[in-house]
Design a protein around this ligand. Structure first.
Ligand SMILES: Nc1ncnc2c1ncn2[C@@H]1O[C@H](COP(=O)(O)OP(=O)(O)OP(=O)(O)O)[C@@H](O)[C@H]1O
Length: 360
């Protein structure tokens, strides 16, 4: 099922929470709504679900206007971080719940319900836990059951709000890959709310970056990461180093004076800012052509697949981070206190407030 959102606004009293949202999600795709806390992700998801009404605008499912269709008729499945399983019901009964409460006319019979539950338990690979109670499950298992429960009514749309928010990093990572696999296998259109950029980059076909109730940018993870044309998007999606008061002359980046504050809000910054991702900020022990300065190494973190090095230019309060592969590290092999030359390999230059000027 495809989704289209047209000119949608939401006001809470005087507060304009969603501003002229326009979005399309293709049938079978996974869209991530990504943005900082309070940007309106959950509100948008709730409006798509029918749990909240928009002040104006339209929502279309497969080109049908569902803006005023009640939630139970929208055929959506939910999985929320805090949408807990029923404690007093075992796993099988939790999964069956959505079917058991259907009106008699559309409710499957006992045998069909059992069949569906068995299939879903198999899908989420927890057949052996059918008789267990939620308190006996790990956090990851609970969320897998929550997904099975969300899928029981065969929804045409799956809505996930920070589904793995409460889990530890390792389990989160495993479940992300697992959920994406199931979503693709079922071909179910899915919208995922997250504030975790890695989660969005790993799972989504398209990422919608939201900020202060507006859609700042829509694209695939690759599009957004490599060629964001908006300062907010560049800063939000992936780690970056900001060189302020930069100047580009004949294709070369010059660093000007430094501000005293470390990360002033975007609207307080002036002129030109040059952004360099850590993997593109190369370090050299002998001066290369076009180096932007000689910096001091202040920290080195060995992270296995990567070595992260923090450096500081003279008179700058800021640290800049480089991410080196083990092979790159072997060539540099510096120690804290050593001097290194900084050379950006790719730089996105913005003339504020939001225009990208060039990538060099
Ligand atoms: N029922 C409500 N009444 C008044 N204001 C609300 C209501 N629901 C949400 N808001 C406000 O709308 C804004 C967007 O909230 P929303 O929960 O959609 O943000 P979010 O991006 O999902 O944030 P988070 O990641 O923290 O959940 C916030 O400023 C919030 O305080």
């Amino acid at each position: 099922m495809s989704i289209q959102i047209k000119n949608l606004n939401k006001h809470f009293g005087k507060f304009h929470a969603l501003k002229d949202i326009n979005l399309t999600a293709d049938s079978g795709s996974l869209t991530a709504l990504l943005g900082p806390s309070g940007c309106g992700k959950t509100t948008l998801l709730r409006i798509i679900a029918g749990l909240e009404t928009a002040t104006n605008g339209q929502i279309l499912f497969d080109n049908q206007d569902v803006s005023h269709t009640p939630v139970r008729e929208r055929q959506v499945g939910f999985m929320f971080q805090h949408y807990a399983l029923f404690r007093h019901m075992n796993v099988a009964d939790n999964i069956a719940f959505g079917l058991e409460v259907k009106p008699r006319a559309t409710r499957p019979n006992k045998i069909q319900i059992k069949q569906t539950v068995d299939e879903l338990l198999k899908l989420v690979q927890l057949e052996h836990l059918a008789k267990a109670y939620p308190a006996q499950l790990s956090g990851g298992q609970r969320q897998r059951i929550a997904l099975a429960r969300a899928l029981a009514t065969q929804p045409k749309l799956l809505l996930l709000d920070e589904p793995f928010g409460a889990l530890d990093t390792k389990v989160r990572k495993e479940l992300r890959a697992w959920l994406r696999q199931i979503q693709q296998k079922l071909g179910i259109t899915t919208i995922l709310v997250t504030h975790d950029q890695e989660e969005a980059l790993e799972m989504a076909d398209q990422i919608v970056i939201m900020n202060h109730g507006v859609v700042a940018k829509v694209g695939t993870g690759q599009d957004l990461y490599h060629a964001p044309n908006h300062v907010f998007v560049h800063e939000f999606l992936g780690e970056t180093n900001a060189f302020e008061f930069a100047k580009i002359e004949q294709g070369k980046l010059h660093i000007g004076a430094y501000r005293e504050t470390l990360n002033p809000p975007i609207h307080e910054r002036q002129n030109v800012v040059a952004y360099v991702r850590p993997h593109a900020l190369y370090l050299y022990t002998t001066q290369p052509e076009n180096a932007i300065g000689l910096a001091k190494v202040v920290q080195i973190h060995h992270l296995g697949a990567m070595v992260r090095v923090a450096t500081q230019l003279p008179e700058s309060p800021k640290w800049f981070w480089s991410a080196l592969s083990p092979a790159q590290w072997d060539d540099v092999n510096v120690q804290v206190g050593d001097a290194v030359w900084l050379l950006p390999q790719q730089t996105s230059v913005f003339r504020l407030p939001e225009m990208v000027e060039y990538v060099i």
